[in-house]
Ligand binder design. Structure first.
Ligand SMILES: Nc1ncnc2c1ncn2[C@@H]1O[C@H](COP(=O)(O)OP(=O)(O)OP(=O)(O)O)[C@@H](O)[C@H]1O
Length: 242
């Protein structure tokens, strides 16, 4: 059973000391206002920055783990879809997969419907197509923990639904997924929602409870006005626009 234990994660000026424990395979959303610290938290867990603290996946400390082993523990999909390197899609996926597991790449090309794009250079794909390549890459090494920074941005409605299905299948396969999202209507697909603002975890609840928490509205400065409909709580001072 996959578990994540993170202790004392911190990044100067961006993320206050933060603990996070996820004991079971689950789909966890990170939400929060722009600049609140979602990416900083994801990058700290992924150890892509020199963040303080320790991260344990299934009891195994990620720091100091050799790269081949680390990519079996976790993967990280960045929010940026920029890839300047003209590497073919299939070759890029191969960089993240085990050499002894070539069928994994073909399976991912099929799942993400990338078969016809497999020989195209990734830097010549559309933004949404690159998101599918990066998602496939994040899954290539069968990591136990998958960290995804705004994976649903830039996707058309078909692919939003397909990504959510793929996330759920990964949870059923025993993985933990931590996913930053901005579209609050997507929260109902998640098992748990963490609100990050001012560089700290402010709320950590079931999605429905989070959405109805008064602090949620205050932090986001919006009010629920109907099903999936929100209005601005404290309109910005408009005087400068006159
Ligand atoms: N490389 C960096 N160096 C210093 N400060 C940074 C850096 N990247 C981001 N920040 C700052 O850290 C804070 C948190 O940023 P972060 O990207 O984690 O927020 P976020 O919640 O992911 O935001 P968004 O929703 O806009 O993507 C912000 O105040 C931001 O300006």
């Amino acid at each position: 059973m996959t578990s994540l234990v993170a202790r004392g994660l911190a990044l100067a000026t961006r993320l206050h000391p933060t603990d996070l424990v996820i004991s079971d395979p689950s789909l966890v959303a990170l939400v929060g206002p722009n600049g609140g610290g979602k990416t900083s938290l994801l990058r700290s867990i992924a150890r892509v920055e020199n963040a303080a603290g320790n991260v344990f996946v299934d009891g195994e400390c990620v720091d100091g783990t050799p790269p081949a082993r680390r990519r079996r523990l976790l993967s990280f999909m960045p929010a940026s879809r920029d890839i300047t390197w003209p590497i073919p899609v299939r070759d890029l996926l191969g960089l993240g997969a085990d050499a002894e597991d070539p069928s994994r790449i073909e399976a991912l090309l099929h799942t993400l419907e990338l078969d016809l794009l497999a020989d195209r250079p990734v830097n010549q794909l559309s933004t949404g197509e690159r998101a599918r390549v990066l998602m496939a890459r994040a899954m290539a090494s069968h990591p136990k923990l998958i960290l995804l920074d705004e994976p649903l941005s830039n996707l058309d409605p078909y692919w939003v639904i397909r990504f959510l299905e793929i996330f759920r299948q990964a949870v059923h396969a025993g993985k933990i997924l931590i996913v930053s999202v901005h579209d609050l209507s997507q929260l109902r697909h998640f098992d748990r929602a963490i609100l990050v603002a001012d560089g700290a975890v402010q709320l950590d609840k079931a999605p429905a409870e989070l959405l109805s928490d008064e602090r949620f509205e205050n932090i986001f400065r919006i009010t629920l006005a109907g099903a999936d409909e929100w209005t601005v709580k404290q309109p910005a001072d408009q005087r400068s626009l006159r």
